[in-house]
Write a protein that binds this ligand. Structure first.
Ligand code: IPE
Ligand code: IPE
Ligand code: MG
Length: 252
């Protein structure tokens, strides 16, 4: 059994500061185009936003921050943009990993890394290894990640692990094989850039997350914008299927 059950099985504690925040960082291209710059300038600028957000999460004592950096569908973009993004990923990892380590941050990559080139795979492995024993913020980067891919790879692993249970699988057989089995499900999901969709991000894990959409483009998503998202989260009533009245009763 995984460390955390699905929210549909057990109602988690609700705190003022979300334990786990998952973000679709969208709007880099439009940010650049508005300034008559090439799209890649927006991606470059977006890395700065990541750095600031990580700092804010450390300050707020958020335990898990999960960022969607590249979807399994993003390979459909022009080759030059894809290779720029891969290069940016590589250079940002190289540049930032020591600082992450100094700040006790543990870096984890989820997604199918087999499609990346060998140098990038090595850099990812080394970055994970360096920060593996850190006990602060757990920063997960989803790259070549897709929610459907995740569920399917988990189904295949579950089948291999317990073939005798075929036809009788329960949630608790599947969840330990999901890419993020080490984390509770996201409390707060944020998507910048105005689109109101999940774009194949964490499909299984977002079942009971609070969803927050903002028109702010990713490079403009500063501390003020992030605080608005947290404030919005704090005004939500998380019921997990129960009634509002039940929530004011002493305990479940
Ligand atoms: C998000 O910004 C970054 C990635 C998907 C890698 P976009 O590149 O999607 O920016 P827009 O949506 O075109 O503005
Ligand atoms: C989602 O953004 C993926 C990432 C931010 C990495 P996209 O810009 O690719 O999403 P769609 O295509 O608008 O759904
Ligand atoms: Mg986009």
């Amino acid at each position: 059994m995984g460390l955390f059950n699905s929210a549909t099985q057990r109602v988690p504690e609700v705190a003022a500061i979300p334990k786990h925040i998952a973000v679709i960082m969208d709007g880099n291209g439009r940010w650049a185009r508005k300034r008559l710059l090439p799209r890649i300038a927006g991606h470059k600028r977006g890395v700065e936003t990541v750095r600031d957000l990580v700092k804010q999460c450390v300050q707020l004592k958020v335990e898990y921050l999960t960022l969607f950096a590249f979807s399994s569908e993003n390979w459909r973009r022009p080759t030059e943009e894809v290779s720029f993004l891969m290069g940016l990923f590589m250079s940002a990892l190289k540049r930032e990993v020591v600082k992450l380590h100094q700040n006790n941050i543990k870096l984890v990559m989820i997604g199918d890394r087999s499609r990346f080139d060998a140098a990038l795979i090595t850099q990812i492995n080394e970055s994970e290894k360096l920060t593996a024993n850190n006990t602060g913020l757990i920063l997960t980067i989803a790259a070549n990640y897709g929610g459907r891919w995740d569920v399917l790879q988990a189904v295949n692993k579950m089948q291999q692990a317990a073939p005798q249970l075929t036809g009788h699988y329960q949630e608790e057989h599947l969840t330990p094989h999901l890419s993020m089995s080490y984390a509770p499900e996201p409390d707060l999901f944020i998507r910048t850039g105005g689109e109101k969709r999940i774009s194949n991000f964490l499909l299984w894990q977002l079942a009971y997350s609070e969803l927050y959409f903002t028109d702010t483009l990713w490079p403009d998503f500063n501390e003020v914008a992030f605080n608005l998202a947290i404030q919005s989260y704090q005004q939500r009533e998380r019921r997990f299927g129960r009634t509002s009245e039940q929530l004011s009763e002493p305990k479940n």
